[in-house]
Design a protein around this ligand. Sequence first.
Ligand code: IVH
Length: 671
Amino acid sequence: MASTTVPPEVAARVKDLREQIHYHNYRYYVLDDPVISDDEFDRLMRELMRLEEEHPELITSDSPTQRVGAPPLEKFETVVHRQPMLSLENAFSEAETREFDERLKRFLRTAEDFHYVVEPKMDGVAVELVYENGRLTVGSTRGDGVRGENVTQNLKTIHTIPLQMLKDQEAIPELLEVRGEVYMDLAEFKKLNEQRRAQGEPAFANPRNAAAGSLRQLDPNITAARPLKIYCYGIGEVAGRAFETQWEVLQTLKAWGFRINPLIERHTGIGPAIAYHHRLEHQRHGLPYEIDGVVIKVDSLILQERLGTKTRSPRWALAYKFAATQETTRVLNIVVNVGRTGAVTPMAVMEPVEVGGVTVTRATLHNEDEVARKDVRVGDTVLIQRAGDVIPEVVKVILEERPPDARPFQMPTRCPVCHTPLVRPAGEKVTRCPNPGCGGALVRGIFHFAAKTAMDIDGLGEKIIAQLVDNGLVQDVSDLYKLTEDDLIPLERFAEKSAQNIINAIQKSKRVTLERFLYALGIRYLGEATAQLLARHFGTLEALMAADFNELTQVEGIGPTVAQSIVEYFNEPRNQERLAKLQAAGLEIIPPERPAVSPLAGKTFVFTGALTISREEAKALVTARGGKVSSSVSAKTDYVVSGTDPGSKYAKARELGITILDEAAFLELVR
Ligand code: IVH
């Protein structure tokens, strides 16, 4: 247990471990280029955990063990920024951007071209990180620019934010304020929304809202579970280090271990800065995150100072925004689309319009109620938008422009593909084609099965699948594995070679990880993230199939909607038959690489009453073993640890029949 004096070699080892862990954290998260294995990293972390457990007096706020586990707050404190966090003036055209350059030249009475640093304008949440003698002490949101919220505990959970600046090459200043943008990658945003929908929670409208919502959580454990990242782009106040240019600032921040966007460039004159904007505008849809323009900054800090600031924005910087991702166009028709689960989705077919660099002709209207709520009619002029990388959607109708003969939409009564009468169960929003053999649903189901993130059958596109279905060769995904080259060669567009390639790709897909396989099945509400959770939890298909509704809802991240859908899927005889056929075809399902090693992984603990060890320490013991700590008792709680004078949580735990441990039993369990 805690000793009063710490042997110097232990203190030295703790210091050494922390430096190593900070460095490897930086290699892994910031540079994306680790130099040790995950296991080696875990060993370092475990050793540090153990030493800190034995000598809690050594724990410091910047220890790598302190990223998670801080207790929830009642409310955020206010932080006054030492220097206001300004916003940027916007430009939407090349002309306005040239005008900005000329204005600066006039202001400084110079004809000489400026050096400009050009940066992607990240669409996230602006934050400020304060480092005192290299240690992160306060992190805050921008707020109104003068005052923000103290979200230090939340920012600490973001692995790309250094808790301790790297010391290698550059001396550490006494004070450094770093500014940057916290954001969420698009793929992670999609996964998060998928999880939220599956759990009946509202989805976030875009990655920026998701990042902002995640950062403004009073419970840092929630933030820790959200995949946030940061790119740093500037500094506020500094003491103990002088800079001459923005470029030097960025390079030095990089050397200190901060994450800097690799797309940042430096140019001379406004011409190349404009060219950079055009280049990024083309590149933006291939980026893993959202950007809404480029920021052009005068490189020289002396010139920046001479140029000064206006009320809300500096004179030396400009946000040159990309073309809007919202446009108006006219609805030519409203058709319905049959999805792989048989869901029938109304889609607006529109006059082609360019939205954010892409020509769009269709937008989703989601479902019958949405069409009614937005009152979209054929002939209407509508505002459409592309949010994230999802299909464009109709935002609203421009009613002023509605022609007198605009025609309201009526949901068809029969499936446009197989003509089976459509159904819409009471209380549901989605209309469906109930025919499991419906061509439309079947083709999309197979397309989903073959997708890169599912069974990854290379070359099996929608057109080929439609041919296979139309020719009666495939009536179920399991039929794919019975196909031979001879089946394919007579079909249009097939030569021997291409037939062979597809058959090979199909055969190759037989070796598949459990999570991909689960995702491939196309079970309603079961997306990639949920498939991963289930694979990790159950380890085998058999174990998952054997689980009932209650067991499923016990899995962290699985709500009643997904659980119900899984139970229904495995109970359906058609699906059982499909699985049997797939297994007979020789499918080899690979169990997840890292099954839950620790018996505490995924378990939720709640503490009540006073313990002899600190709450922080108790939490660290749990989180280090993959468990979680929650502040309130619910049906999802696995253990309640009760110290002396327990509160109402004790009674609640008894009421719910949750295992209650005293401190000794708890320590035995975790050790
Ligand atoms: S510089 C005075 N650089 O844009 C300089 N801002 O409209 C102000 N942003 O609040 C910030 N990427 O959240 C700067 N590379 C970048 C940026 C960036 C995104 C955001 C930032 C700021 C907002 C200003």
